[in-house]
Ligand binder design. Structure first.
Ligand SMILES: NC(=O)c1ccc[n+]([C@@H]2O[C@H](COP(=O)([O-])OP(=O)(O)OC[C@H]3O[C@@H](n4cnc5c(N)ncnc54)[C@H](OP(=O)(O)O)[C@@H]3O)[C@@H](O)[C@H]2O)c1
Length: 315
């Protein structure tokens, strides 16, 4: 498994991380706890030693399952836990944003308990909270680092300007954003900002919520909330499936791989991209991660991939 050194954590990790949103069930049609536990186990066995979670994933469930598995294996110290703060929810599981210093204090205690640990390796703000000054959130997180509860600080879904503002209040080590072959808006300014600052970057939805796995078909439109975007429905869905088919053929002809491997390899070969967060909720889904190693995409392959995307999806 390809690895990368993270100076902010003074250690290396696998460049493929396990993402635990779907296994928590929220927005994904419910959870299967046994399959989730087995998926975490399988990822660890495969050498994946960074796992991304959040309180909102299953309203505590994903963090609890991760804490349970690591506790059982006795390997907490070998694994980088990346979790989040800043999304609260009510009894109807309606989430809202709150990154105020007081709320951060409550959240860190709850996450540490669910994760059965006394520190969080990477603590990330889940979404920017328009009601709280970004530098106040940053200052509180810096204090958590000073107190030893947190080792590194990250943000998710922040613009370059928001990251700049955040930096004025405290340290920023990492940035997490949606990035995959079909969703590339971060190439405009977020990724260049991170590259210039030397931030750890984590791409979420690397398989476009499963569309780039190659398993989705025209006759079976997804109904999960997580897949409510345009590209999962109607004409746009047909065009994306057609692109997936051509990318799969390209991956097979050129590398003896499949589109699922090409999609992750493409991300890992982007300058400035550190880690791909592979979301899985069944053990066999993460088995495909081993096919990401052993090949790279050169400049002509990148051009060919862009040509396929332009022909199928437009500019
Ligand atoms: N910070 C944020 O705001 C944010 C937002 C989104 C995600 N994330 C993080 O990023 C992680 C990954 O993103 P994501 O879950 O949105 O999307 P993703 O990784 O693009 O897709 C995950 C889904 O793809 C399908 N899949 C995965 N591997 C497969 C395989 N080998 N074969 C067939 N299908 C496969 C599964 O769908 P089925 O389970 O339906 O089969 C899985 O749940 C999340 O788990 C989370 O940790 C963070």
């Amino acid at each position: 498994m390809e690895r990368v050194w993270l100076p902010a954590l003074s250690r290396d990790v696998s460049r493929v991380a396990l993402g635990t949103w779907s296994m928590g069930g929220w927005m994904w049609g419910g959870a299967d706890k046994d399959a989730a536990r087995a998926t975490i186990e399988r990822a660890l066995d495969a050498g994946i030693d960074i796992i991304d979670t959040a309180p909102a994933y299953g309203f505590g469930l994903s963090e609890e399952l991760l804490g349970e598995v690591l506790d059982k294996r006795g390997t907490r110290g070998e694994v980088v836990i990346a979790t989040k703060l800043g999304l609260s929810w009510d009894s109807r599981h309606e989430p809202w944003r709150d990154s105020s210093p007081g709320r951060i204090r409550e959240e860190v205690v709850a996450s540490l308990s669910r994760l059965r640990t006394d520190y969080i390796d990477l603590y990330q703000v889940h979404w920017p909270d328009p009601k709280v000054e970004l530098d106040q959130t940053a200052a509180e997180l810096r204090m958590l680092v000073e107190e030893g509860l947190v080792r590194a600080v990250g943000v998710c879904n922040y613009s370059a300007d928001q990251m700049q503002e955040f930096c004025a209040g405290g340290r920023l080590d990492a940035s997490q954003f949606r990035y995959n072959l079909f969703e590339r808006v971060v190439e405009e300014d977020v990724l260049p900002f991170c590259r210039a600052r030397g931030l750890i970057t984590l791409a979420y939805s690397p398989l476009a919520r499963g569309l780039l796995s190659g398993k989705m078909t025209r006759s079976h439109e997804a109904t999960d909330q997580a897949r409510r975007g345009d590209m999962f429905h109607g004409e746009a869905y047909a065009r994306h499936l057609s692109a997936v088919k051509r990318l799969d053929a390209f991956a097979q002809e050129q590398y003896g791989r499949r589109v699922v491997h090409l999609a992750i390899r493409w991300l890992l070969d982007q300058p400035g991209l550190t880690i791909a967060l592979w979301g899985a909720r069944k053990p066999e889904q993460i088995d495909a991660a081993e096919g990401v190693d052993g090949f790279t995409l050169d400049a002509s392959a990148m051009v060919e991939i862009d040509r396929i995307l332009a022909e199928e999806l437009g500019a």
